[in-house]
Structure formats: structure tokens, C-alpha cells
Write a protein that binds this ligand. Structure first.
Ligand code: CTP
Length: 472
């Protein structure tokens, strides 16, 4: 098969001619080749040459004018040129271990075939020649094309060897299966289940990177099911495995919260590509196992799972090396508030209750409503319809209250400064109390968040606390 028509970008001719001048066999390899055959867009291009990848990269860099960002990764024997959006990676063909996550990578120069043997999957082990005499020729020793056609993830060598080289590849198998909607070939899958605990020697950052790619796929539940059945999930995210299972007492069962969570995740993924909103879906019921109780009258309860769940979020994020700043805070907030909109549908609900939720959810109000909608997983379509309509009503009321009171981005008109200057008091408990009481008055609708009304109330609150206005 000749793929030269897919190599229209001038970079391939340029790399080929530099390689010809140096007398080294050079190929495009890996994900780029796979994505050409899948007609998928791809950004990064990996080049492999039978010789020094760093020297080839240096020569290509010179040929491109010598000004593009250029990085050499000495310990890996690789180099990268950044050409606008495009990352060009160069590596010399290797024997033995490929890209080991160890401090002492075992690498030896090898042939193209050696290099292909040491790659992760047959679909990632194809190479296209760039040298003039064979430009565009596809080298596919493991029949990656057939695996692409049958949508199969399979290791090129015995899976135990490929996974021992780099156990992260077990996660990558699931990641590619999820992103591409492929099956994992049975022997490959079985090897993962046998070797699952080897994932523990891989750094959490690399594992989480793959997990996030699974989460960002079109149907992330598929990846989580594969991780679960392969027993990888248990090693990397035991809290989620604890959600699985149904318990029955006196004929009363609760739902399987693992599959429910996956349904919520798929539901939200239809509406958003925001990784953190998807994480909120994953974690919204995470404390259900810890809060589960059986009560003879009402059956199963999970009281307080939203608060406990929110408290679990920082530890999970810390362990998974996820960011602990605004992203974590957003997930935590959504987990904590995910039940709050449900009762707001009742007629007797006051504007104050709506204002309180708008105040607490703030800029994440729309995200919260999206999570609540995704959380409806009933099989009864009438129920689903009714619950969704209920949320329409809640949103309508939120809109009305928001238009009137602008609570979402609530900024108190009376600051601590104003309180301190008026009564000439130092910062401390009294100032905090007065500010809190002012905020409460706005949320309860006793006053509007408007300077004169708030100022008068502040004077009253000060007086009640024995403070006097000091004129300066
Ligand atoms: N590779 C490997 N083992 C790994 C990582 C990478 O064999 N643990 C090889 C594969 O041949 C892969 C190539 O290196 O195709 C490039 O890796 P990477 O950029 O991580 O993946 P891509 O296949 O390019 O896919 P994507 O860009 O979607 O991550």
C-alpha cells in the first residue's frame, strides 16, 4: 500500500530529503499513521529513523531555518521541533524497552522492525517510509490495517511482554478502545486482568492523564466498564468500585450506584466537553457507600452523601494528582449542591430559597442544573419527562429572581471597610457578624442589595451591638 497522497504536507518531503542526504532510513510512525488510515485529524507527528533521531532532528531543524523551538530529551534519545501547532518528534529505532518510565531506560539501537515490535498496539505500530525510493510505502508487520478494519486493540507481541515494558499501556488499551469505540482483543484483555496490579508502579500523573482522556471520550462509560472488568479501576480509583452492587433487605433494594453514575456521566457528556463537569458527574454520589443505611420504614437512605462526598473530593483530587485550585472547588461545589434544586419545584417555595441557592452556586448555577438533569436516570420515560419539566420550572424561577435581585454574582454593597470606618472599630468578630447579618437580610429579601437600605440596617445592627457612629 502506498500512502504518499496522504503526505501532502511539505514537512514529509523535507524530512525525507534530509534523511536521504544523511543516508538514514526514516519513517512516519505511530499515532499519525493510524489517524491517516482512520481519517481522523492528528496534530503530532512521530518520526523514527534507523540511526540517531537527535541528529536527524538537528538537521531538519537547520533545514527549517534554525529558529523554531527545539528540545532534546537526552535521557530518552529523542528530540522535538515545534512548528506552529505541529509537534514533530524524532527518535532513533530501538531494540529492548520502548519509552520506559524508569530512571534507567534500557535502550539499544535497532532496526525499524525492532522498533515496531516494541510499540504498544498493532494499530500504533505502522510506519510509512519517507526516503525517496520508497516514499509513501506502508510497513505494517502486524497487520494493523486488519485490526483497524475490525476495530480491535491488540498488542504486537505477546501482551505480557508489551505490558511489562510499560504497564501504562494497560490504561492506554482502554483509552484507545474508548476513544475509537474499538474492542480489546480477548488475549490482550485477559493479560490486563492478570497484570492489573502492575499499574501501581506507574506514576499517578501518567495514569490520570489516560483516565482524563477516557473521561473526555464521547461515551466514557465504556472505558469505565472496561477498567472495572479488567480490575484496573480497583487499583486506581477504589472509591468508584465501592459504588458497585445492589443490596437487598426485606425485599427492598437500592439501585446500583456504579451503573447509575456511569449513566449520569454519559448523559452529561452529551451536553458538555468540560472535564470538570464530567468529574462532578463521576463524583456526585461518591459517598453513597459510606452513608448507606437501612431503615425498616423507608428502606435505603444515603443521608448527607452530598456533604460527605464534597468532603471526599480534595483527597481524591490530591491522590489522583488533579489540580487543587478552582477546578477542584467547582467539582466540590457541584457535588455538595447536587440535590438542592430538587425540592425547589414546590409551589410554596419562597424566593428566599431560590436566592440562597443562586448565591451558593454563583457562577456554577448553569453547571449545577446540567448535572441535575443528567442525574435523572429513571427508565420510566413519563417520570423522566416530569422531572425535566420540574427543572424547567426551577430554572424559570431562578431566572425571574436573578433578574430582580442579581444574586449570582452577589457583591455586598457594604464592605467591612465601611463598617469599620463608620463605627471606628478594628477588624474582628463584630464586623464579621454585621456583614453576615447584612447578607442574610438580602438573601431573605428583607432589604435589597442597595446602598441606602443596607447602610440603614448596618446602623441598626451596630446599635444592637453597642456600637456608635463616630463622625470623622
Ligand atoms: N507508544 C508506545 N507505548 C507507550 C506510549 C507510546 O508504544 N506507552 C508509541 C505508540 O506507537 C504511539 C506512539 O508511541 O502511537 C506515540 O504515542 P502518543 O503520542 O502517546 O500516542 P498517539 O498514538 O500519538 O495517540 P494520541 O495522540 O491520541 O495520544
Amino acid at each position: 500500500m502506498n500512502l504518499s497522497k496522504h503526505l501532502q504536507n511539505n514537512i514529509f518531503k523535507l524530512v525525507g530529503s534530509v534523511a536521504d542526504k544523511m543516508g538514514v532510513e526514516t519513517y512516519v510512525v505511530g499515532g499519525y499513521v493510524r489517524d491517516i488510515l482512520l481519517e481522523r485529524p492528528s496534530k503530532d507527528i512521530d518520526f523514527v529513523c534507523v540511526g540517531s533521531g537527535v541528529e536527524l532532528a538537528q538537521a531538519v531543524h537547520d533545514e527549517l531555518g534554525g529558529n523554531l523551538p527545539f528540545t532534546v530529551f537526552k535521557s530518552f534519545g529523542t528530540a522535538m521541533i515545534k512548528n506552529g501547532d505541529l509537534e514533530l518528534e524524532f527518535v532513533g529505532a530501538r531494540k529492548e524497552s520502548y519509552q520506559r518510565d524508569s530512571r534507567k531506560p534500557i535502550v539499544e539501537d535497532g532496526t525499524l522492525e525492532d522498533d515496531q515490535n516494541r510499540r504498544d498496539f498493532t494499530i500504533n505500530a505502522m510506519a510509512i517510509s519517507l526516503n525517496k525510493d520508497s516514499f509513501g510505502e506502508l510497513m505494517d508487520p502486524f497487520n494493523g490495517q486488519a485490526d483497524l478494519a475490525s476495530r480491535t486493540i491488540r498488542t504486537p507481541l505477546a501482551p505480557e511482554i508489551t505490558f511489562s515494558d510499560d504497564p501504562l499501556r494497560m490504561m492506554r488499551a482502554v483509552r484507545f478502545a474508548t476513544q475509537l469505540n474499538f474492542d480489546i482483543e480477548p488475549d490482550t484483555f485477559e493479560a490486563i486482568t492478570k497484570m492489573a496490579e502492575r499499574i501501581e508502579i506507574v506514576s499517578m500523573e501518567r495514569v490520570t492523564d489516560e483516565l482524563n482522556k477516557i473521561i473526555l471520550a464521547k461515551k466514557p462509560s465504556y472505558g469505565f466498564k472496561l477498567l472495572f472488568y479488567a480490575q484496573l479501576l480497583d487499583k486506581i480509583f477504589p472509591e468508584m468500585v465501592a459504588l458497585q452492587g445492589v443490596q437487598t433487605i426485606e425485599d427492598k433494594s437500592h439501585k446500583d450506584n456504579f451503573y447509575h453514575t456511569l449513566q449520569v456521566l454519559d448523559n452529561i457528556s452529551e451536553n458538555t466537553d468540560d472535564l470538570w463537569l464530567r468529574w462532578a458527574a463521576i463524583l456526585h454520589d461518591i459517598a453513597k457507600p459510606a452513608t448507606k443505611r437501612f431503615n425498616k420504614k423507608v428502606g435505603w437512605t444515603f443521608h448527607g452523601h452530598e456533604d460527605k462526598g464534597a468532603r471526599m473530593v480534595p483527597n481524591i483530587f490530591r491522590r489522583m494528582k488533579l489540580p487543587l485550585g478552582t477546578e477542584m472547588k467547582k467539582v466540590q461545589k457541584l457535588v455538595r449542591l447536587h440535590l438542592r434544586p430538587i425540592p425547589l419545584v414546590r409551589d410554596e417555595i419562597t424566593d428566599a430559597a431560590i436566592r440562597r441557592l443562586l448565591f451558593e452556586a454563583g457562577e456554577h448555577t448553569d453547571d449545577l442544573m446540567m448535572l441535575c438533569r443528567a442525574d435523572i436516570t429513571s427508565k420510566n420515560q413519563n417520570k423522566v419527562k416530569r422531572f425535566l419539566q420540574n427543572f424547567d420550572t426551577v430554572e424559570q424561577r431562578m431566572k425571574e429572581v436573578e433578574e430582580k435581585d442579581k444574586i449570582r454574582n452577589f457583591q455586598p454593597v457594604i464592605t467591612g471597610e465601611v463598617v469599620m470606618n463608620t463605627f471606628k472599630v478594628a477588624p474582628g468578630r463584630l464586623v464579621g457578624e454585621i456583614k453576615e447579618a447584612l447578607k442574610e437580610a438580602v438573601l431573605e429579601g428583607k432589604i435589597q442589595n442597595e446602598y441606602d437600605q443596607a447602610y440603614d440596617l448596618m446602623l441598626e445592627l451596630g446599635r444592637e451591638r453597642g456600637l456608635e457612629v463616630v463622625k470623622s
